[in-house]
Design a protein around this ligand. Sequence first.
Ligand code: GAR
Length: 192
Amino acid sequence: MKNIVILISGSGSNMAAIVETAQRERWSDTLGATVAAVISNKPVAAGLAVANALGVPTQVLDHTGFANREAFDAALAQAIDVHTPALVVLAGFLRILTPAFVNHYAGRLVNIHPSLLPAFPGLNTHQRAIDGGCRFAGATVHRVTAELDHGPILDQAVVPVLPGDTAATLAARVLAQEHRIYPQAVKTLLKA
Ligand code: GAR
């Protein structure tokens, strides 16, 4: 079985979209793939309950309990590698990763970012798109490299920026597209 491990920090709606698609499309039968675990660096992440409700085992690895980024990433890799994952999926996992971690998962690590990369890496993407007068915004699924929010693009979705948009209204429009493209990009990688 090709195991997928999903990392979250918050609401986990992208994680849920992937798990629900995997269950609906019977990925275990059709692709020999399953979401083996959801791991959060935040004990309060709402996505943990969502994952449990979907029947996916969860684990919390609180980054505040570690002396530095290297120590946390090493422990995280240990927790992930219990599942010998074919794919490690970052889904709103809001941590900067060490090069050692990224290298360890070379070719197996993907992320979704709420902008049309290479525009607007980093935080506050929606407000920055509005402030920049962008007519279009969107989301990008990409392979993860050591540089934050960079790496080969696997898929993108585009949405209009509408008059009167706030960061919240634009984020909601983009998020709906994230839920569409991320499960499909994961599926494509599993088939490769
Ligand atoms: C999503 O919009 C995702 O693209 C973004 O965080 C949100 C998580 O929502 N990720 C980043 O900003 C990464 N740089 P979710 O927890 O409901 O999936």
